[in-house]
Ligand binder design. Structure first.
Ligand code: BEZ
Length: 391
């Protein structure tokens, strides 16, 4: 039982139900759809999720509940306008058993409309849009990454404790950026802070010069930011080049530095963020995962890879309960609801809304690594506003 220590299912009513149904034995390959960005500013995120999913499958002998896997990947280009066609390609065209992805919240919102209707079992592997496990939550949709609220709200308290009372917000102007700022502002204003300016940058634009001059003239105590991937790498370098690094400290959800510390170099030193993962988390699963990912890809693992890795281990544990029969959707959903994982991020389980319940850490870049300063929220559960599955 090589995986029994890492992943197990709770003894839920569902897992009992799963033992009473006769499942259809099939040796057909399990078709897993990957709706992810493989080009553009989020390409590295899509690649890390994909490679970590394959790593987890490899750790299980390349099979989930005895079934080999057929991966069917579509480059979603982080483009919400192309999402309906891309989702239909995977569901109607490729007839995937399970749909996974995307990275971009706008793509996720378009995807939700279709998977709610088609009832495809879907695991969101990054996009943090609140509605996925809030207003639009659905029995057939799970998320292994985070909600916007989980990664942004706790940073308000961190900044207030650091004495930053007057701040500027800067973000990519699409659903994730807007929600991230709203969640941060809720906590920050409640705690007595003031937002003096909000700078919205069109996605995926990376021309920051005029905005940085404005920040210099406003002289805030700090700046709270959402950028990710290649755009975050450039923003942090531009910020330091503009002479702001030592004058106006940068904060954000951890996407600001995640996966791009190498590209940011000394420009990232000192940045404080909140996130449900840090490369330096001192647990056995994290060490094993990071070594295995490095060996398999030659790259450093990051929060995006963690979500991909946990997705496959969670799915495998649930599929075993239904003997690999992905068509037994009711039982498979119930089995997923019972999954508990000792993840590289720490303990992981799904909430009633199917969002991760997980720790959120305070991190600071020190010597090119994310040092963990503490836990901002332990076993943080998203409020799941508007989710009908939460009573
Ligand atoms: C999002 O659009 O949900 C997202 C993209 C990159 C990093 C984090 C969140």
């Amino acid at each position: 039982m090589p995986f029994s220590r890492r992943t197990f299912l709770g003894a839920t009513a569902a897992s009992v139900a799963a033992t009473t149904r006769v499942f259809g034995a099939t040796k057909a390959k399990l078709r897993i759809g990957l709706l992810l960005p493989y080009s553009g500013t989020y390409a590295a995120l899509g690649n890390n999720i994909t490679d970590a999913m394959k790593l987890a499958a490899g750790e299980r002998g390349g099979k989930l509940a005895g079934r080999e896997i057929e991966w069917i990947a579509v480059d979603d280009e982080s483009d919400p306008a192309k999402a309906p066609a891309n989702v239909n390609k995977l569901i109607a065209g490729e007839k995937v058993d399970i749909l996974t992805g995307p990275v971009h919240s706008g793509v996720a919102m378009a995807m939700m409309q279709i998977v709610r209707q088609e009832k495809t079992l879907t695991i969101v592997t990054n996009a943090g849009a609140q509605a996925v496990t809030g207003q639009l939550c659905a029995p057939n949709v799970f998320r292994t990454s985070f909600s916007n609220w989980q990664t942004s709200y706790p940073c308000a308290d961190v900044m207030l404790k650091d004495g930053r009372k007057k701040v500027v917000l800067m973000f990519w102007n699409y659903s994730f950026g807007q929600e991230s700022m709203a969640a941060f502002k809720e906590g920050f204003t409640k705690g007595g802070g003031t937002v003096i300016k909000e700078i919205a940058v069109p996605f995926p634009q990376t021309e920051f010069q005029a905005n940085l001059s404005e920040i210099a003239s406003l002289k805030p105590d700090a700046v709270f930011v959402f950028f990710a991937g290649a755009g975050a790498a450039k923003f942090v370098r531009d910020y330091a080049d503009a002479g702001l690094r030592d004058k106006v400290p940068l904060y954000g959800s951890g996407f600001l530095t995640e996966g791009v510390l190498g590209a940011q170099g000394p420009a990232a030193e000192g940045i404080k963020t909140t996130l449900h993962y840090a490369d330096s988390l001192d647990n056995a699963q994290n060490r094993k995962f990071r070594d295995a990912f490095k060996t398999a890809t030659g790259r450093e693992a990051d929060v995006y890879a963690v979500a991909g890795y946990d997705t496959v281990h969670a799915l495998a544990a649930a599929l075993e309960k239904v003997q690999g029969d992905a068509s037994a959707q009711k039982e498979l959903i119930a089995a997923l609801e019972g999954v508990r994982i000792d993840s590289p991020r720490g303990p992981f389980r799904f909430s009633k809304a199917h969002n991760p319940v997980q720790n959120v850490y305070v991190r600071q870049v020190k010597g090119g690594k994310e040092a963990v300063l503490g836990v901002a929220l332990k076993n943080a559960e998203d409020p799941a506003f508007g989710c009908a599955m939460v009573k």
